[in-house]
Design a protein around this ligand. Structure first.
Ligand code: AMP
Ligand code: ZN
Length: 468
């Protein structure tokens, strides 16, 4: 049973999706006004491991991510400058050019870090009619109000607005006081913008017609809108970095539940921050650490992935070059050890279960990546395992870890080909049992292979197989 820490309940809970075997997962995407720093990417590595870990456990994961190209201010509480506009001015480009450029750069970082691009990636600016429809309903139902030409969500109407953050309004106000300039149009300081008209920024590039005038959506509505459109009204898991808990995710819950009229998402998982020696890593202070910068300094981006996997996603992680050097060293040694393994095929199938179970347990234990690595090292240390069995397990675990442990595509194919040989031997064995009318043993072979993800298919021409 998968267990996860749920920010909503502040407890580790059994994970039970709405629909058996299927996980509807929403992960907030980047604001594409600049490169992602390696702190941002820590959150995306965590989400990638979550997706792949759930897949390893046998779930079908439907994952959606947005690209924020409109509506995000320098303060998460609707005030300050428009982030996209700021990027455009900085680089003498249009907002559209900035969005395209940094979206591309973002996914290049994904590739370097072996992060899988989610099945659905949608730009916030492509879903304006959805937001308008939602806002109209919230206005009609009394959850939203119009003031000074803008539409705001009235948080006094939300069900348990402070549950996710677990904080009292006074505490939250202290946290944001410095960055929030009072918006007189709001009834409550935490009310948030659903739609801004030109009363906010007259030089906004991205703007659309709406029932409330020409303008643009607030930051939060995009995630509720895109998630609802692709994953429906019931979400299983929603992720982001801890700084998203308030106000962003708090506001997503308020508006989604107001719109759908029921509880929306059962599990909220948040990645702790990557800090530098001055505190939370950010784009505006300290060294702007990107994956490209690490590469320029001679690091393999996957050393950074390895560095992240060594600590739990719910612990703060402090970045230093010394710590990264240590990770790169250990990662290189690990790869060398794997490279030195003998490739002669000799798969000990009976030994697989134990280690695959251990690996699953590490995933089920609130995504304990450090334990996943421990299982990997245990495999390499086990003298009773043939080298080929070790390689097989390394390849298997790397579906989740994605550390490029068996780098060579050719080598991967060789392992697959050797596995195929083993399967063919099993098929022959089964045919012999069938001929001897020993169907119990024949079925046993079928079941054993199925447990390893190989499904036999009997046809008139003979038996073939597919991976499941
Ligand atoms: P942004 O592009 O600013 O919207 O941030 C993208 C993601 O990175 C969000 O999920 C943030 O919560 C997350 N994030 C921002 N800073 C850090 C950090 N220092 N460590 C880990 N995650 C972060
Ligand atoms: Zn979001």
């Amino acid at each position: 049973m998968m267990r996860v820490y749920n920010t909503l309940s502040k407890k580790v809970e059994d994970f039970i999706p709405h629909e058996e075997g299927i996980v509807r997962l929403y992960t907030c995407g980047p604001t594409v006004y600049h490169y992602a720093h390696i702190g941002n990417l820590r959150s995306y590595i965590f989400e990638d491991i979550l997706q792949k870990g759930l897949t390893y456990l046998g779930y079908q994961v439907k994952r959606v991510m947005n690209i924020t190209d409109v509506g995000h201010m320098t303060s998460d509480a609707d005030s300050g400058e428009d982030k996209m506009k700021k990027g455009a001015i900085r680089e003498h480009k249009t907002v559209y050019e900035i969005a395209d450029f940094y979206t591309k750069a973002f996914f290049e970082d994904f590739e370097k870090l072996n992060i899988l691009r989610p099945e659905v990636v949608e730009k916030a600016s492509d879903h304006i009619p959805t937001y308008i429809k939602m806002i109209e309903k919230m206005l009609k139902d009394g959850y939203a109000y119009i003031s000074n030409g803008n539409v705001y969500f009235d948080i006094s109407k939300a069900h348990d607005y402070y549950q996710l953050s677990g904080k009292k309004p006074e505490e939250l106000l202290i946290g944001v006081r410095d960055t929030v300039e009072e918006d007189k149009a709001k009834r409550n300081p935490f009310d948030f913008g659903l739609w801004f008209t030109l009363s906010k920024f007259s030089d906004q590039d991205m703007k659309w017609d709406s029932p409330w005038g020409v303008g643009y959506p607030g930051w939060h509505i995009e995630c509720s809108g895109i998630s609802g459109e692709y994953l429906g009204e019931y979400l299983d898991i929603h992720c982001g970095g801890v700084d998203n808990i308030f106000p962003h995710h708090t506001n997503e819950i308020a508006q989604s539940e107001a719109y759908f009229g029921h509880k929306w998402c059962n599990y909220w998982m948040h990645c702790e921050h990557l800090n530098d020696k001055n505190g939370k890593m950010s784009k505006s202070s300290g060294e702007f650490l990107t994956v490209s910068l690490l590469q320029e300094k001679g690091y393999d981006p996957l050393s950074y992935r390895y560095f992240c996997l060594n600590s739990h996603y719910r612990s703060q992680l402090v970045f230093s070059y010394e710590a990264l050097d240590g990770a790169e060293n250990a990662y290189r040694k690990l790869k060398n050890r794997i490279r030195a393994l003998d490739r002669t095929p000799a798969l000990q199938e009976s030994k697989l279960d134990y280690y695959q179970e251990q690996f699953k347990k590490a995933i089920e234990n609130d995504l304990n990546t450090a334990s996943m690595l421990t299982v990997l090292y245990d495999v390499l240390k086990d003298d009773t395992l043939s080298d080929f069995t070790k390689l097989y397990l390394v390849n298997d675990f790397d579906q989740v870890l994605s550390l490029g442990l068996i780098t060579d595509e050719e080598e991967k194919e060789e392992i697959d080909a050797d596995l195929e040989k083993e399967v063919l031997v099993k098929i022959e064995e089964r045919n012999a049992y069938k001929k001897a009318k020993d169907f119990a043993r024949a079925d046993q072979i079928r079941e054993e292979l199925l447990a390893k993800g190989i499904k036999l298919i009997d046809t008139r021409e003979g038996t073939t197989y597919e991976r499941v």
